[in-house]
Design a protein around this ligand. Structure first.
Ligand code: ARG
Length: 586
């Protein structure tokens, strides 16, 4: 793991505690709550004194005496009832910045183990909407963090391709084009290679089918039966279904590409179909699954459940399998194929109970083995009315349209700000794309994942405040500063720290390892967003207070350029972890 300043200081403090015969775990050092008084603080002397029935200030004095022998500290001070306030020397800060790769380069090699991340989760024949947006943005940020920190991460889109929507579509197409060979049970094949429907057709057919089934119980029943027949292998239905899936995947891939999100695996619910039969036999044979009123279920309630957990249904009375069934079988497949240490499911918090049941059933059956299963839930994206976001017409907003809206809004902003007025049109469009995506990604990620937030493009695309465009602009400003320096033949040199703003910037830079680990621990990229924002602010204070290019002292100028170059690298790295690109110029 990359060296963390806080971890180093905590280790030094722990030694001082141990030397006094105290529990070193109490020597935790943190960034000071009062940066005007000190850079770091440790409050452990209070707890230690209480445990040892000693005077906290006297104990703090003893601890301080140990720390004062460490030349890295410029100040070791006792404050209040026994807090320890610490400052590092400027040399110690500079030394910590002297190895930028140790601070900011990715850990390659997957030495920290295997993690499988299930996110995106689009459904066949349905356009992706804002709910899938949050899963995609969050899941992608997490896969980037895990990989960067040295995990072998595998992402799987887990396409929804095996449930009742498939039966609904089959019956809708059967109603419209009954002469197609897919519906003729006597047809011996081969079925046509060309799909009878396009993605645009599917987007019309699916809502029509859903409406028809809602209005007419006979249609609903037909769809239910078609779903069960599809799952049981009726050849015509499988052939038709394969067309929906292929056509949908092509459309979905385009949308993910425009969002800049990449998956390793394009598996779906249906991929585990061959595993389901043997799995059901196994569960029945071992008495884990039982028959209940014609359905096959697994009881997963636990004695201390606060509210009743219903059983997991593996097979319905009609023989159809469910979302829960495919999710259990997918665990069997993933554990067998990858044996990951953890599987993370980045899915709407409203599916929490679903995952709880799936995880319990899988553990009960012994399918999870050593693999930890974890639902990474998230809240909803709401409209101005506080309800899940809808278009003005009341429909769900398609992801594609949303990205187009964000690009258009970003384009407007650029004009307003006079950015790129003299750039070629193609470059202006590219900047608008990058800014539009940064706006939606940062707005999403900077909210803690379980918090709902209001979708407001006007606010997300602003160049002031805690926004993606503000951070891109901050990084681009550093880029142009460095470009100008290079044009003047000036190069970044070794960093030395002299002034308050340099110290502030150094401390902000050095928090990167902690922001990375904290993001991973909480599975919450808002931590990294906060890091990037604070870093940009620290740079802006530094830049406002000090000359860089016009500094007369060459060593000082080179040092400040060195700080600028390191800031740019840290900003680009943290934004990269959030899936945000930085334009060359703005
Ligand atoms: N397709 C599902 C939906 O749209 C999400 C799938 C999430 N992943 C999983 N393994 N269940 O709600």
């Amino acid at each position: 793991m990359r060296p963390s300043l806080i971890a180093d200081l905590t280790a030094a403090m722990g030694k001082a505690f141990a030397a006094e015969g105290l529990d070193p775990a109490l020597g935790r050092v943190q960034v000071s709550d009062r940066p005007d008084l000190a850079q770091f603080q440790s409050n452990g002397a209070l707890a230690a004194a209480k445990a040892a029935k000693a005077n906290p200030r006297a104990l703090a004095e003893k601890l301080a005496a140990h720390l004062k022998t460490d030349p890295r500290f410029a100040k070791v001070e006792i404050a209040g009832p026994g807090f320890l306030n610490l400052d590092l020397t400027d040399d110690a800060l500079a030394a910590a910045l002297a190895t930028p790769d140790a601070l900011l380069a990715p850990d390659a090699g997957g030495a920290r183990g295997k993690v499988l991340i299930d996110f995106g989760g689009p459904n066949v024949a349905k356009a992706m909407h804002v709910g899938h947006l949050r899963s995609s943005i969050l899941g992608d940020a997490l896969q980037r963090h895990f990989r960067f920190a040295g995990y072998a991460a595998t992402s799987d889109v887990h396409l929804g391709d095996w449930g009742k929507p498939m039966g609904l579509l089959i019956t809708e197409i059967a109603a419209r084009q009954p002469d197609l060979p897919y519906f003729d049970a006597a047809f011996a094949g081969p079925y046509p290679a060309q799909s009878p429907v396009s993605m645009d057709d599917l987007e019309i057919l699916y809502p029509a089918a859903a409406a028809a089934a809602k209005a007419d119980p006979a249609r609903d029943e037909a769809a239910r039966i078609a779903t069960a027949e599809l799952q049981q292998g009726r050849p015509g239905y499988r052939a038709l279904w394969k067309h929906f899936v292929d056509v949908s995947i092509a459309g979905i891939k385009r949308e993910f590409a425009s969002l800049g999100v990449v998956f390793d695996l394009w598996k779906g619910e249906a991929d585990v179909d061959p595993l389901i039969g043997p799995m059901l036999d196994d569960l029945k044979a071992r008495g884990i699954a039982e028959l209940d009123d014609g359905a096959l279920i697994v009881r997963v309630a636990e004695p201390d459940d606060k509210k009743e957990t219903p059983p997991l249904i593996l097979v319905k009375r009609d023989g159809g399998v469910l979302y829960e069934t495919t999710d259990v079988a997918t665990i069997v497949d993933r554990v067998r194929t990858f044996a990951p240490q953890q599987i993370l499911y980045v899915v709407d918090q409203r599916q929490h109970e679903h995952f709880e049941k799936v995880f319990r059933a899988s553990r009960k059956a012994g399918y999870a083995g050593e693999t930890a299963l974890e639902h990474i839930g998230f809240g909803t994206i709401n409209g101005a009315d506080g309800k899940p976001f809808k278009t003005r017409a009341g429909g769900v907003l398609k992801l594609y349209d949303l990205i187009e809206m964000a690009k258009a809004e970003a384009g407007k902003r650029l004009v307003e700000q006079g950015i790129g007025a003299d750039y070629p049109q193609a470059e202006r469009d590219e900047i608008a794309r990058q800014v539009g995506l940064a706006a939606i990604k940062f707005a999403d990620l900077s909210n803690y994942r379980l918090t709902n937030y209001i979708f407001d493009l006007e606010r997300f695309t602003r160049f002031e405040g805690k926004t993606g465009p503000y951070l891109q602009y901050a990084a681009v400003r550093v880029k142009s500063l460095l470009r100008k320096a290079a044009d003047e033949g000036q190069t970044p040199g070794p960093i030395a720290i002299h002034a308050a703003e340099e110290r502030g910037l150094a401390l902000a830079l050095l928090r990167f390892p902690d922001a990375l680990e904290e993001t991973l621990r909480t599975r919450a990229p808002n931590v990294m967003c906060e890091y990037a924002f604070r870093l940009a602010q620290a740079f802006s204070s530094f830049y406002a207070a000090h000359h860089i290019l016009s500094e007369a002292d060459p060593a000082l100028r080179a040092s400040r350029l060195g700080l600028a170059a390191l800031t740019l690298r840290a900003l680009e790295t943290s934004l990269g972890l959030l899936g945000i690109e930085v334009p060359e110029r703005m």
